[in-house]
Design a protein around this ligand. Structure first.
Ligand code: SF4
Length: 456
């Protein structure tokens, strides 16, 4: 069975988050940046609440604070007042300004307001302004995330022909991965002897150390000066097959400055990590470092050791399209059948990309849902009866009601500590996901066994 259409006219418990939330997350990966949401106070409160409960870090998101008057006459004056207050209070290097449903609906021209603000304050030392259009009735958090990265690259980088190419540096667009994933990517790239510009990099801003003194803006992130250098890197590596062929940030760079682009899937599992390692090998001219060959070898050994416990096990997956595709690729190489692949996203290409990226999957065995909500997902899980559910915390109530273990991945993880430190990528990430998957199956069998065995 392969379904791609929704059954319900009305979304019931969406399997997606608000579009500016993705923008706020991406902006946390830029050094010295503060986000100003152009809209009502509630939008920034909701997004802060969501991000804080996953990352467990203080998160400031300003708002232009729409009221009834602003909703009718426009938010020009509120936005300018907010900019002045933020500059005074935070002294940021960058102000990112995503829009919200309300400001998009009334049609505020944010770019024009910013131009006016700059000309009215030309004697001031102003920060960089990044505007991004993120109406939440169009797209999901992942669209807001990618749109922001695109906007940053469009606004900041690009002086083609002015610089010589740095052959030992790459640009990396990791997509919406965990803070731990970003740290691991940096380690891998450095081990190939390459320098990098990561966009975004929220590995420190959203998973930092304990402060003794309050900081207005947490340390970390990629600086605007670095982003300006992206057009002279040797190549760009962009994760996410859903971005291939689209006007993505790396495509913008390659069109503007001829930086060669490698688009590849999220490196989850051996197959996709091999592809990433080979790309780094090609760019750096070096072989895969021994450290990663050892990790790969141990992972294959673990696959062999646990094969008898998980072969033929069925799993239901949900999340952003690229995360689900990466997880499905990993599961199919370890013998778990992804019987349900669901996403709240609706690129129109999910099913096509999934079956192309994971040729071992068959539409007869795997149901695919785009634009899914948790009502669709619950219905399918009750019908398909998988042994495992893999996704974010929002699937917990389905896991509880069906008594099927939930392996938490992606964002948001609201009911556990350490969501920001879940490692999904590389051989090391696959090892951790693999151990979790196998042990969840073993634990479920052990707990439901009438015999209290302690050895297997
Ligand atoms: S109104 Fe729109 S932008 Fe604001 S929180 Fe709701 S979905 Fe997000």
């Amino acid at each position: 069975m392969n379904k791609t259409e929704k059954k319900h006219e009305v979304t019931q418990n969406a399997c997606k988050l608000c579009t500016p939330l993705g923008a706020c997350l991406a902006l946390k990966g830029i050094k010295g940046a503060i986000t100003l949401l152009h809209g009502s106070q509630g939008c920034s409160t909701y997004i802060r609440r969501y991000m804080i409960s996953h990352f467990r870090e203080p998160i400031d998101i300003a708002s232009s604070n729409f009221s009834e008057d602003t909703a009718i006459f426009g938010g020009n004056s509120n936005l300018k007042t907010a900019l002045t207050n933020i500059i005074k209070q935070y002294n940021p290097e960058v102000i990112g300004i995503p829009t919200t449903c309300l400001s998009e609906t009334i049609g505020d021209d944010v770019n024009m307001i910013i131009k006016e603000y700059i000309s009215e304050n030309e004697d001031e030392n102003l920060p960089e302004f990044i505007t991004v259009s993120t109406p939440s009735y169009k797209g999901t958090h992942i669209d807001g995330f990618h749109e922001t990265v695109r906007s940053v690259v469009s606004a900041v980088s690009g002086h083609p022909g002015e610089k010589s190419v740095n052959n030992s540096r790459i640009n990396i667009f990791p997509g919406m991965v965990s803070a731990e994933d970003i740290r691991h990517l940096k380690e891998i790239i450095s081990d190939f002897g390459l320098d990098y510009i990561m966009l975004p990099d929220y590995s420190e801003t959203l998973d930092g150390q304990l402060w003794t003194d309050y900081k207005n803006i947490p340390e970390g992130g990629t600086s605007i000066d670095k982003i300006r250098e992206m057009d002279s890197s040797a190549a760009s590596v962009e994760f996410g097959k859903s971005l291939d062929g689209t006007e993505s940030a790396s495509r913008i760079l390659s069109e503007r400055s001829a930086v060669n682009t490698f688009n590849t899937g999220l490196p989850i599992g051996i197959n996709e990590t091999d592809k990433f390692m080979n790309i780094l090998s090609e760019i750096s001219g070096r072989g895969i470092p021994e450290k990663y060959l050892s990790e790969r070898g141990r992972l294959i050994d673990a696959y062999a050791d646990a094969h008898k416990y998980i072969f033929g096990v069925k799993a239901a997956l949900y999340g952003e399209e690229d995360l689900v595709i990466g997880l499905a690729s990993f599961l199919s190489e370890i013998g778990i059948i992804p019987v349900l692949c669901a996403s709240g996203g609706n690129s129109g290409r999910f099913s096509e990309i999934l079956f192309k990226a994971v040729p071992d999957l068959s539409p007869d065995e795997t149901s695919v849902y785009s634009d899914a909500d948790f009502s669709d997902i619950e219905e399918q899980i009750k019908f398909l009866k998988p042994d495992l559910i893999i996704g974010n915390s929002k699937g917990y109530s389905i896991s509880r009601s069906t008594d099927i273990p939930l392996i938490r991945t992606g964002f948001p993880i609201h009911d556990r500590i350490g969501g920001q430190r879940i490692l999904h990528l590389g051989y090391r990430g696959a090892q951790q996901l693999f151990d979790k998957a196998v042990n969840s199956v073993i634990e479920k069998r052990q707990d439901s066994s009438p015999v209290g065995y302690s050895y297997m």
